[in-house]
Design a protein around this ligand. Structure first.
Ligand code: FE2
Length: 313
């Protein structure tokens, strides 16, 4: 029996829509299951990108993925941004709208980065309240993605997976489970990625993200600039088995190759959808991790966000 996924369909294997691929897509109309757009790239555009998007939306299901909601910030929610987001979702008949469990700025300053949150009861109440507000404005469930991170807060009182699970349940929202982000953070912060996946409420996983990352030896950076590595594919296999499958999308945002290369990468996911009997155990997944030594040093690295923690609390 398929899992609920908030009633959303499993769209199959999709690709992030990038402008460099517009000529190929318009000329060849490839057999792609669906596309994900970066919402902000189209919200204010009435030019060619918007025209191409609306043309593609006639043929392909479209999912919206944002980077500017700043759901964790202590700044007020940006009502103008949310209205534009809803208008775009209505215009392209978006299957769902997603963003990240993060904050991007405070005091009207934008860091242009997806910053991690301190995982505390106070933060949880704050974010749950904001997600509920956003869902009322958008008139649809919000789908939130687990971040990749390079620092954590000494003030955190629960692991990220517990925060994500409780947030989804208490705000009644969907989850975009980025398997590569889980892997990147598991190496950077020295936790078991299988324990993370197993803590996520499977019925709330609406979508998966896959991507490549960069191994700097001491830590991993979520660069979206290459192929998905085998340990991430194995995590995907595990997550697919737990959830019964969900719409899966490949992100490739730098050094973007020709469209057929990107499409072929996400189609590899088919190879990891069936072998439920060969699920990696926690021990096997540890042995398949790259040879990167990263201690818990990140847990004590000072972070600018510490200055706003008091406000969050
Ligand atoms: Fe992602």
């Amino acid at each position: 029996m398929p899992l609920p996924r908030l009633g959303h369909p499993n769209l199959g294997l999709g690709v992030g829509l990038r402008t460099v691929h517009f000529p190929h897509l318009l000329q060849h109309q490839p057999d792609v299951d669906w596309f994900e757009i970066i919402s902000e790239n189209f919200m204010d555009s009435q030019g060619r990108p918007r025209a191409v998007l609306e043309q593609l939306a006639e043929r392909y299901p479209i999912v919206m993925h944002g980077v500017s909601m700043s759901i964790g910030s202590t700044d007020p929610l940006d009502q103008i941004y949310l209205r534009k987001l809803k208008a775009l979702a209505d215009a392209v008949r978006a299957q769902w709208v997603s963003d990240h469990i993060c904050w991007t700025g405070v005091a009207s300053r934008n860091s242009h980065d997806l910053l991690p949150l301190p995982y505390t009861e106070q933060t949880l109440r704050h974010v749950v309240e904001r997600v509920r507000t956003v869902q009322e404005i958008l008139e649809r469930p919000l789908v939130l993605e687990n971040p990749s991170s390079y620092v954590t807060f000494a003030a955190s009182t629960m692991p990220e997976w517990e925060f994500v699970a409780r947030l989804a349940d208490e705000a009644d929202c969907g989850l975009l489970l980025d398997v590569n982000n889980v892997f990147v953070s598991s190496v950077n912060h020295d936790f078991d990625p299988i324990e993370y996946l197993d803590a996520i409420p499977a019925e709330r996983v609406v979508q998966f993200h896959l991507a490549g990352h960069t191994n700097l030896g001491t830590h991993l950076i979520d660069t979206h600039d290459g192929h998905v590595i085998d340990p991430v594919w194995e995590l995907y296999r595990h997550a697919h088995h737990r959830t019964g499958g969900a719409a899966t999308l490949l992100e490739w945002d730098a050094k973007i190759p020709p469209f057929p290369v990107v499409h072929a990468e996400v189609l590899k996911a088919r190879d990891y959808m069936t072998a439920a009997l060969t699920l990696p155990t926690s021990r096997e997944s540890e042995s398949s991790a790259p040879e990167v030594t990263v201690g818990r040093v990140a847990a004590v690295v000072p972070h600018p966000a510490s200055i706003v923690l008091a406000e969050v609390e």
